[in-house]
Design a protein. Sequence first.
Length: 844
Amino acid sequence: MSFLEIPLSTGWAFKDGEDDNEGWMPVPVVPSVVHQDLIANKKLEDPYLGFNELKARWVNEKTWQYRHEFQSPQVPAGTTVVLVFDGLDTFATVELDGETILESSNMFLGYRVDITKALASKESHVLDVKFDCAQSKAREIRGQHPDHRWEGFNGDMSRLAVRKSQYHWGWDWGPVLMTAGIWRDVRLEVYSARVADLWPQTKLAPDHQTATVTAVAEIDSVETGSYTAHFHLSLRGQEIARQDVPVVVDQPTQATFQIDHPDLWWPHGYGFQTLYELSVSLTGGGIDLHQVTKKFGIRTSEVIQQQDKHGKSFFFRVNGVDIFCGGSCWIPADSLLPSISSKRYRKWIELMVEGGQVMSRVWGGGIYEDDAFYDACDELGVLVWQDFMFGCGNYPTWPELLESIQQESVYNVRRLRHHPSIVIYVGNNEDYQVQEQVGLTYDYEDKNPENWLASNFPARYIYEKLLPDVVSEFSPDTVYHPGSPWGDGKTTSDPTVGDMHQWNVWHGTQEKYQIFETLGGRFNSEFGMEAFPHLSTIDYFVDNDADKYPQSQVLDFHNKADGHERRLATYLVENLRMATDLETYIYLTQVVQAETMMFGYRGWRRQWGDERHCGGALLWQLNDCWPTISWAIVDYFLRPKPAFYSVKRVLKSLAVGVQREHHDWSAVHAQPPTRSEYTMWIASSLPEVVYGTVELRFISIVTGQDLQPPALFQKVAIVPNDTTNLIKDGVIDHIAQSEPHVLAARLWVDNKVVARDVDWPQPFKYLDFADRGLEVKQQPGSVSGQQIINISSRKPVKCIVFEERENVRLSDSALDIIPGDEQVITATGLKEGDSPLKFRYLGQ
Ligand code: BMA
């Protein structure tokens, strides 16, 4: 018979596992986790509101049981019925009619159980899934291994014992919500034979003129018979090749296709995201048995690590083109994972594209993401840096755990390997930092994996043996890197090799963000600055108006970062005039974040042109898993903070930069400098030379007047994929020119302004922002649903931020406005009659 899929998404009930059989409650839909089901049954208040997280603690401490009753499907003799779970969170015992058919202990694995025999014996069945309490189970397992050093940061260290998403134990941006449940699809599969796996392995010739696609199918046939696999290759709905291959039992079934002049897959901004489609249909005995389709892209991808004047490079090259990877780190988009729809995943990736970001780092304390995430990255052209799921800890390695990790990594690499977006697998997040900080043994010269296992840092075996072996067997063309950060076994803070997490802004030594560019390494895979979300998000989780002040207990409760009060305060006090009303305070934290990110990305992107000194920058973090105060530049509700726009501007394919040298005012007791050097440059990620005009103005912050005639650079040849230096040794004489002033640069290409940058005297708190003469004209909504907003000003204005309204998208925000340079932005989604968008700016 043909392959049949029977989803088991409805008709479930659940109850407290220790309860008698009275307490069954309906489950609206599976996949789900218990918190969602309790909320639906009004047994739990939304844990994202106020202090409700605390009221949800009891849920974490319980066992839970899910039940589904069903009838045997009518199936002909000789067919197999398999119960398939794409994911169980986490310690689950599955019983069919009272018999245990599966015991699971790894959330990151899919499970298949053949239940043909059990179903044949009678008509009606009861399927029970009993979830043990992961929190206490973890502690129990930890207790059994007293010799292991349970060290790390974030959450309870017993988490290291369990293959469950680590942020469920709480993180410095997330609540403690220990979910349990059937968190991914569950179904019955009925078949006589099926396609168990299909992998389009592609090889692009160095000249890009041809590509070879080896289609590898794995066939499960329950009967010996003669089967044929029909492979079809198509592009944009048109079949371009086909091959029929007889199936040999227990051997992979393969077909090889040659494609001339293949259409390549590119990250966005560099070309099209062409996806080919490979499908295989299995036939036997004259019937179509099963069909599986995979979309894939044709591209090469490398990480170039070679000696150079800065040490050893670390940058990505796709289809032969060096890509500066400006992007961000990704955490799970919800603490209640099944609540994230495919649509919501897509919106996140669309936002990345809108923000000029080309790389997303799926961080190791979350999950191997949903297919919808990678599909969106493939379709929209966002490169993926994929961590394996280990984070901030010294992981143990007893044999059953290693076995489970082996299965998990094979399962996920096989699931993900056709995605062209995934360009690197990385062993873990910051586990080498833990090794350093707590002084675990790591002798890089010792190459014997058995010794690693016997050491007090046994997980080295996972990162340097188990995982690289899995990647080279199952996805041999994808780069593997042992950890983030990591570089050739050197200290993780070594800026000359590998990737680096730079937390000396915010955490660590709390450096001034103005010098961020000097703190980078060869690839900056983490760095961040917190900012409050917009007021609408705070309004969602803070009920009581009396709590709407910056230091209220509920706001502190929603900020899980250690020492956040001191760190936020430090950066605010150093840079801005303080405010205590919530709206202004929110705005000020956002200005600091936007500036910090700008200073980092702008400088690092400039360094790209200096022999790839910096290969990329992935800020911590794009998103949130609940409404919170964190380093996210876009909040839980997908509302961009101002930093989203400041990053977007510095990542544009053409970006002009102007910057005076950093004058450390606090080191010289707030003395003003007598002279400052400045530089100006253009960063380009374009493939070809373009010609542009650049203007640099010196404008008084006090009067708005030009203090000297603008400098003009005509017909500048902008070097492709590089940095073009325009001014290397400009000098401002602050004695001759005592009025504080901005340096304002604009770049025109084809008579259009394509980039701007404004350099301000630092810190902002010393500047007088009175009487700016700002004018914002918001014209009524037009037919196209786009509203034009014209912004102009008599004196320089810092960081005008517009309201982020539901379903309204802004083309830009967080802008600096310079006299004589009106800026025009669009707001898409505003309707006729809607009130104008609110806005604010510095010193207002
Ligand atoms: C990084 C991450 C996370 C953490 C963040 C902020 O190092 O890997 O563990 O949330 O710092 O502290």
